[in-house]
Design a protein around this ligand. Structure first.
Ligand SMILES: [Zn+2]
Length: 322
């Protein structure tokens, strides 16, 4: 340090003093004291903004409309919105920046399932490409009765248990509730809190209230982080890297990673693995559309008939060759 000039030495000294103060008085201080040379300071919602001004202003402007949109979408009350651990969701999103676009779609219920692509005219049917029985929504993708999806669900639960019990120092009762709640939702049932200790009732009721399908949208209730944090304190874990909130974020990112594996497998069925598959699938889809047009030739105007490839039903084999 002696090799530094005086202002730099004072700077280092001041940083050290500031860190010592923060360690001794760790409470949250959202307002930064204004120094004399500071000509302007930005405050939003009672806190000082110290950087990334564009992003912060954009977020502050869009937060209200986004909250209103989410409440409308799921018919949630303000009280239900407050149950959700938004900070854990933000932490999970920050860890998954490589999947930003897909996650924004997932959170806004705009993942291009058959229901959505049918609405935009990009597919003919809204049915699930795997089981061909139900409308394909995100919830259906996850709960589809097809064998491959059943295997995926059981692998997800096994994987979650493994992650929670090996790396996260989880409170084991929380892991049980997590896996039981998901299993119940997979079977179109709701978790009954009376089978669990009283200390877990609020957690189960809160998550039941906003829905277990919300775990796939990263929306877990705040009670998870709070109970896990308590367990960490009780067991003497004081590392900064371990917290109730980061536990929730890890559960969410684990679920997302597995979900996108399922989604990619689904896309392979719909779009094919490589360009040859893709072309073949598109051709067969177009052939079905052309056949459908031809089956309705009786209703066409006479001047449109020359555009048909096969003029009569007997000539339908021409369609395949063309
Ligand atoms: Zn299905």
């Amino acid at each position: 340090m002696a090799s530094l000039d005086l202002p730099a030495q004072l700077n280092v000294e001041a940083d050290r003093g500031a860190n010592a103060f923060r360690t001794a008085y760790p409470e949250h201080r959202p307002l930064v004291p204004r120094l004399q040379h500071n000509r302007a300071q930005l405050h939003i919602g009672g806190r000082t903004i110290n950087g990334k001004y564009h992003r912060e202003i954009r977020l502050a402007k869009s937060e209200g409309p986004l909250r209103a949109y989410i409440m409308r979408k799921y018919s949630w009350t303000v009280a239900q919105m407050e149950l959700i651990d938004w900070q854990a969701l933000t932490q999970a999103l920050n860890r998954k920046q490589d999947k930003e676009v897909a996650l924004v779609k997932l959170l806004a219920e705009l993942t291009p399932t058959a229901k959505i692509t049918k609405r935009y005219g990009r597919s003919n049917s809204s049915q699930c490409p795997r089981c061909q029985t139900d409308e394909e929504t995100i919830d259906h993708v996850i709960r589809c009765p097809a064998v491959a999806c059943q295997q995926w669900r059981s692998a997800l639960l096994t994987h979650l248990r493994l992650i929670c019990t090996t790396a996260l120092h989880s409170r084991l009762a929380l892991v049980d509730v997590l896996l039981d709640g998901l299993s119940c939702w997979f079977q179109h049932e709701q978790l009954d809190c009376t089978k669990y200790p009283d200390s877990l009732h609020k957690l189960i009721k809160d998550q039941n209230s906003i829905g277990w399908n919300q775990l796939f949208r990263g929306r877990m209730v705040r009670e998870w982080a709070s109970l896990q944090q308590q367990s960490l304190w009780d067991n003497g874990f004081q590392q900064k890297s371990l917290s109730g909130r980061s536990w929730v974020a890890t559960v969410v990112t684990t679920i997302w990673t597995r979900f996108f594996e399922l989604w990619n497998a689904r896309n392979t069925i719909v779009h094919g693995v490589d360009i040859n598959d893709h072309t073949a699938i598109q051709k067969s889809r177009l052939l079905e559309e052309i056949k459908d047009l031809h089956s309705r030739r009786e209703s066409f105007h006479r001047s449109d008939l020359p555009f048909l490839i096969a003029q009569t039903d007997d000539e339908t084999q021409k369609l395949k060759r063309s």
